[in-house]
Design a protein around this ligand. Structure first.
Ligand code: ATP
Length: 334
């Protein structure tokens, strides 16, 4: 059976890591993915005058599954963030970022890191309600609703249950924002009642950050708001060796868009040296989402083999390989 999936190569290093991901996934699936290529971001703006063309949205809605490279939001396009816009347009309310140590990687400080960041994706300070009250004073509104809070917490608990994880941390800042953060925590308390078999801890966000820096095994599944989730994701990426290794998914009721945690990396774009593993592991998540567990296992196995061998690694991992070279090594491992 062929599986149609929307592919948005993206901006910056996006086309390079997307090409690598396609080569590896095609190898793992014997070419059964039908890539429906679409534009978004700065590339789309240059070619069509639109940052998020209707064709792209329709393709994602039709296929229900998409994978995208990082997108740049050009200054002057009239948009705040194309990435946030896609999440809001498609109501991709859950941002799921599993952070796991990979074998044989000497640049990371810790071994056996196995954390999952579950980030609310549609509101909080990322709702983007900013305005200048009077010259020199800007106000940004943080939106927190019970509906969105309960939805993300329930997603996190269900994910933990399905993945056999036993401990959940809800991170918050109720001391300084008792109303907005209080509503988030209160929503989490209500949802936690539905899962009496799960251990749940309510921990101040700053304490979670320090706990993880000291001992990454101190937490397991961490559920948190939009901005805190963004910050914690990069911290967690640092725990396992950097942004080149951490995958992600934006998941809604009917649709899922997979993407690496990293951005467009303009400092190395176009040089053919970007690490494609983060997007390839995002594709592993995507393959599991569509039920292709065999192909997902092959992708995972190839990444672990290449990392263990340690002879073909990109610069961010201390190696000298190009994107094309590591892609060939991964495809050969499959
Ligand atoms: P953006 O504005 O799109 O978020 P950024 O430069 O602020 O871009 P990232 O793109 O996440 O943020 O990059 C942060 C740093 O990590 C950069 O030095 C970049 O080169 C590096 N980096 C990110 N992704 C990768 C990758 N896949 N391979 C190698 N280095 C990467």
């Amino acid at each position: 059976m062929q599986i149609p999936i929307t592919l948005i190569p993206g901006d910056g290093i996006g086309p390079e890591v997307s090409a690598a991901m396609v080569a590896v996934v095609d190898e793992a699936t014997d070419g059964r993915i039908v890539w429906d290529r679409q534009l978004a971001g700065a590339t789309a703006f240059e070619e069509t005058g639109e940052l998020l063309p209707l064709d792209t949205v329709e393709s994602i809605v039709r296929n229900r599954v998409a994978i995208k490279g990082p997108l740049q939001t050009p200054v002057g396009s009239g948009w705040r963030s194309i990435n946030v816009a896609i999440r809001q347009e498609l109501d991709l309310y859950a941002c799921l970022r599993p952070v796991q140590s990979l074998p044989g990687h000497s640049l990371s400080r810790y071994e056996n890191v196995d954390l999952v960041v579950v980030r609310e994706n549609t509101e909080g300070l990322y709702a983007g309600r900013e305005h200048e009250v009077v010259p020199g004073v800007v106000e940004a509104l943080k939106i927190v609703s019970r509906k969105a809070s309960e939805r993300i917490v329930r997603f996190g608990f269900e994910y933990a249950r399905n993945e056999g994880r036993k401990k959940i941390t809800v991170a918050h800042k109720t001391a300084v924002m008792p109303q907005s953060e209080g509503l988030f925590v209160d929503s989490a308390v209500r949802v936690a009642d539905e899962f009496p078999f799960m251990q749940v801890d309510f921990v101040k966000f700053d304490n979670v950050v320090m706990d993880l820096a000291l001992d990454p095994s101190s937490h397991d599944v961490i559920i948190l708001g939009n901005l805190d989730g963004d910050l914690l994701s990069d911290l967690c990426a640092g725990l396992v060796g950097g942004l080149g290794l951490v995958p992600g998914a934006n998941i809604g009721e009917t649709t899922a868009v997979f993407e690496a945690v990293h951005g467009t990396a303009p400092d190395i774009a176009g040089q053919g040296i970007a690490n494609p593993i983060a997007l390839i592991l995002s594709a592993e998540m995507m393959l599991r989402y569509v039920g292709e567990h065999g192909a997902a296992d092959r992708v995972r196995g190839a990444v672990e083999q290449v990392m263990t061998e340690g002879t073909v690694l990109t610069g961010d991992l201390g190696g000298t390989a190009t994107t094309a070279e590591i892609t060939r090594a991964l495809a050969a491992a499959i």
